[in-house]
Write a protein that binds this ligand. Structure first.
Ligand code: DAH
Length: 342
């Protein structure tokens, strides 16, 4: 029994109405696609109508066919137009403004050790010191002999280094710059020498086979130990704060006489005693003393006319205190997560 023509036309109209209603709520290209699938895909509502052609009388088939094709074409066109429109809108939303400033490339910075070294330099320059460049490769003469450390002196034990063949070695401290400076300049001399040093040390939390020191040397008429204490105290206060105290303990270095080691009062507990200063209230910084007349002998400065003081300091040690770093090795790991904090 053939379907009635009217019945089929009603169903076509129903699909059209449904489509017209649903398309009102479409607001994105994705929703257009969902609607296309619902109506136009192989199992969609429009194509589902086509088999009905077979159920009407032969002379009614062309009319139904035309109706269905018109519906299909109409829905397809509507979807295409809407999709185009929404795509354009979307493109407009993400319009690229070429006049905006570009993305900033990540900016490098100075390594924390260099920053600390720069601060040390600035303080000493402010107190009238010149900055001398030293060399990382030295000879036995400058690293040891001229500093009054003869070949079999026991203090060489603490300065085992990397020997490069011949007379060359990697310097174990910045003290050889004292000798170069006194060879090349007449007093008055007032210099610091920052730089890299090397020792055959096994790395641990406080040791590294490569590290940095800043050497200081003052040679003039009438220079005394009191001047040394004054300069070190002034430096400590500028570097770590007004409240910092300095103490000198008797010690021995072959190139100074008398010699001392100096400590700063602990900046964390203000001298009361804490974990960082191992309950002592003091933080060891380095050595210092009056230039030994024997050293003046190597550089032809007359100890009857001139006197001088010298001091050293470990840059890593100061940086670790200042920056709250507990393992020296992290300075050399090249881990940007650490480095970019400073
Ligand atoms: N050069 C010594 C070291 O590395 C530190 C030092 C001690 C430097 C006494 C000095 C000084 O200038 O007078 O262990």
């Amino acid at each position: 029994m053939p379907d009635s023509m009217q019945n089929i036309l009603d169903r076509v109209a129903a699909v059209r109405n449904e489509f017209d209603k649903q398309i009102q709520h479409v607001s994105s290209p994705q929703e257009v696609e969902e609607l296309r699938i619902a109506f136009m895909s192989r199992k969609g509502k429009v194509l589902a109508l086509f088999p009905l052609i077979g159920s009407v009388a032969a002379d009614e088939k062309p009319r139904i066919g035309a109706e269905l094709n018109a519906l299909k074409e109409n829905i397809q066109n509507t979807l295409d137009t809407l999709k185009q429109q929404l795509d354009d809108d979307h493109r407009h939303d993400t319009f690229f403004d070429f006049t905006l400033p570009g993305k900033k490339p990540p900016r490098g910075g100075l390594h924390p050790l260099l920053q600390v070294m720069d601060e040390i330099k600035t303080i000493f320059i402010g107190m009238g010191f010149r900055v001398e460049e030293g060399m990382e490769i030295e000879t036995d003469y400058y690293n040891f002999e001229a500093l009054n450390i003869p070949p079999h002196h026991p203090s060489r034990d603490m300065h085992d280094t990397f020997y490069l063949g011949g007379e060359y070695l990697l310097r174990t401290h910045t003290s050889p710059v004292q000798i170069h400076t006194m060879e090349n300049q007449q007093p008055p001399i007032r210099m610091i020498a920052p730089g890299r040093c090397f020792r055959k040390d096994t790395p641990d939390a406080t040791h590294s086979p490569m590290f940095h020191q800043v050497e200081g040397l003052v040679v003039d008429r009438g220079v005394s130990f009191a001047d040394l204490k004054g300069i070190v105290q002034a430096f400590a206060q500028k570097m770590l704060g007004e409240g910092v105290r300095v103490r000198f303990r008797p010690s021995f270095f072959p190139f100074t006489e008398p010699s001392a080691e100096y400590d700063f009062s602990c900046i964390f507990c203000r001298g009361k005693g804490c974990r960082v200063c191992k309950q002592t209230g003091w933080l060891e910084i380095s050595g210092a003393g009056m230039v030994d007349p024997a050293v003046f002998g190597f550089v032809n400065i007359d100890p009857e006319i001139y006197s001088g003081y010298a001091f050293g300091m470990g840059v890593e040690r100061i940086a670790m205190l200042l920056l709250g770093v507990h393992d020296i090795r992290i300075f050399y790991d090249n881990d940007v997560r650490f480095l970019e904090q400073f």
